[in-house]
Design a protein. Structure first.
Length: 118
């Protein structure tokens, strides 16, 4: 059974940094893309960043160079380094896995809360 477990969220002040981690397990096949999404209070879930099996990253426009996604050598852990955090970054951050190159995500984590105070 595939599992994703996020960690690293917390309460920080504007301008601070946080690093989120997501460990995944239970995959039968390799080659999956790992991504981060976030859901701000009262908003829909938004794409934040993704990294493919070959370590090609992609980012949402609002990241503006503040966030960096990376993946462990073993491919089963994805990180999201978030710098220069803003109050509008306050959200529940979710990790997700996708086997296909495009389309829907196959598995989701439970999320980790990030709160940025002004």
């Amino acid at each position: 059974q595939v599992q994703l477990v996020e960690s690293g969220g917390g309460l920080v002040q504007a301008g601070d940094s946080l690093r989120l981690s997501c460990v995944t397990s239970g995959h039968t096949f390799p080659g999956y893309t790992m991504s981060w999404f976030r859901q701000r209070p009262g908003k829909e879930r938004d794409f934040v960043a993704a990294i493919t099996w070959s370590d090609t990253p992609s980012y949402a426009d609002f990241v503006q160079g503040r966030f960096t996604i990376s993946r462990s050598n073993g491919k089963n852990t994805v990180y999201l380094q978030m710098n220069s955090l803003k109050p509008e970054d306050t959200a529940v951050y979710y990790c997700a896995v996708r086997y296909a190159s495009v389309g829907r995500y196959d598995y989701w984590g439970q999320g980790t809360q990030v709160t940025v105070s002004s």
